[in-house]
Design a protein around this ligand. Structure first.
Ligand code: CAO
Length: 425
């Protein structure tokens, strides 16, 4: 015999009002157990409203745009007793028609049944998940879309708490084996609903850089250490050098001294000139000293590499840096120009800034960030004196570099910059 089931808005927890954003069925439709009847929206989440019975939709009481709250009648579904008992064996509120008083039912008995909301994540569910309210709540609390759990180990395929836990374990394991974190994808948002927009395709460089940065961000435990180097004397020397040059000559910028100081510190601390093997078992030390320089171009960030920097002087390096950064801006760098770097420098000093946290250009183990040098009052033990201070930010892969090593390395870089005569030693 058939039963008429009322589908009502359940208690979704302290939400006074919800909007009906979509109604997916109409009267006369055959619906399956857990099939989504409508989509509700609160100010925090969207939820599917699944059917708690299999049968035919008799009547619909809502339309898109309606405001509903707990207990609002959504629809009535005509279902058979048999289907009901399969569908909701745990459902406590079931009224059987009085058999002896109604041999020929003239009106259908009404069974009140509350469907459960389902948080949407990603694509529409491909199957109807079968789980108790407690398990659904458990899954929701952990951010699991229960529709994505395809195997329930409970009676008649019902999803149990253990199935939710196993699902999470599998997703995590998959994430790790893929080198990712298994984090859910970002939602796709239609921004045109908030105002006028315009779409622009990312350049290939930006897309690839983005992928690489995300991979590094997710794989490397990174720490950034900030310090300042006193470059007062270095700057005076740089200005004097440039004064000797003709207008056509390439100017010496502070970056060239930073490159030399960095290389000298890498020779002193070889772990900064290493890479971790992909399996994380070995440290590979490099006997060459190549420095990558992050260059800002209209198409995105590229990192040309200056080779064997320890064997080159400031003048030679200034020509090479000018050549490579020009090539970079014209999009003419070859892949070989960007390979083989040992550490990268990201200098924003020409633009400004006081500090930032650059991301390591893995498989390198560190990156040096530079922002704008500023004249500051520095206490020399007797008085405050004006000194040109250069902010430096060293981000390192903490699997390879300890905090103390990072600090010592930076102290060495500072020392070289503070007294560039030491670069000759
Ligand atoms: N403090 C104060 N002034 C600085 C400075 C600093 N730290 N660094 C550079 N300057 C000055 C230079 O002396 C130069 O001054 P003048 O115009 O008076 O000669 C001016 O700023 C411009 O310098 P520059 O940027 O052209 O030259 P550079 O050698 O310092 O840098 C390059 C070269 C290629 C690194 C730079 O042009 C560039 O592209 N920087 C952006 C890098 C970037 O986008 N990094 C972000 C990576 S995100 O992780």
């Amino acid at each position: 015999m058939a039963l008429l089931i009322e589908i009502k808005v359940p208690d979704v927890g302290n939400v006074a009002e919800m909007d009906i954003v979509d109604v997916l069925v109409k009267p006369g439709d055959q619906v399956k157990l857990e099939q989504t009847l409508a989509v509700l929206e609160t100010d925090k989440a969207s939820m599917d409203l699944p059917s708690s019975a299999e049968g035919t939709v008799q009547e619909l009481f809502i339309k898109p745009g309606d405001k509903v709250s707990e207990g609002t009648l959504i629809a009535t579904v005509l279902a058979s007793n048999e289907e009901l008992s399969v569908a909701k064996p745990e459902e406590p509120v079931t009224q059987e028609p009085p058999v002896e008083k109604a041999p020929e039912p003239v009106s259908q008995p009404v069974v009140a049944a509350e469907p459960l909301p389902e948080i949407l994540s990603g694509n529409a569910p491909s199957h109807a998940a079968h789980a108790t309210p407690a398990v659904r709540l458990f899954a929701r609390e952990l951010g699991v879309d229960i529709q994505k759990i395809t195997t329930g180990t409970g009676r008649k395929g019902r999803i149990l708490k253990d199935d939710v836990k196993n699902f999470i374990k599998n997703v995590m394991a998959e994430g790790v084996s893929q080198g990712g974190s298994g984090i859910p994808a970002m939602p796709s948002i239609d921004f045109s609903q908030f105002g006028e927009i315009e779409e622009q395709k990312l350049s290939k460089i930006k897309r690839l850089t983005g992928q690489n940065l995300s991979r590094v961000w997710l794989n490397l435990p990174m720490v950034t250490y900030h310090d300042e180097a006193d470059i007062t004397e270095m700057e005076a020397f740089r200005v004097a050098l440039n004064a000797e040059k003709s207008k056509e000559d390439i100017k010496i910028t502070g970056l060239l001294f930073i490159i030399k100081a960095l290389v000298a510190a890498m020779e002193q601390f070889p772990q900064f000139n290493s890479s971790l093997s992909a399996d994380g078992e070995k440290l590979i030390f490099k006997k060459y000293l190549n420095i990558g320089i992050a260059v800002d171009t209209p198409n995105g960030l590229v990192v040309p590499v200056l080779r064997d920097v320890n064997r080159k002087g400031i003048n030679e390096l200034s020509v090479e840096l000018a050549e490579k950064s020009n090539k970079a801006r014209l999009g003419k760098l070859m892949p070989v120009d960007m390979q083989g770097g040992c550490i990268t420098i990201s200098s924003l000093g020409g633009i400004g800034g006081t500090a930032f946290t650059p991301i390591v250009n893995a498989p390198e183990v560190a990156i040096l960030g530079v922002t704008r040098a500023k004249m500051q009052p520095v206490w020399n033990g007797k008085e405050f004196v004006p000194r040109l201070m250069l902010p430096l930010d060293l981000t390192y892969d903490h699997r390879v570099i300890d905090g103390a090593e990072g600090a010592r390395f930076m102290a060495a870089v500072k020392q070289y910059l503070g007294d560039i005569r030491r670069l000759l030693l």
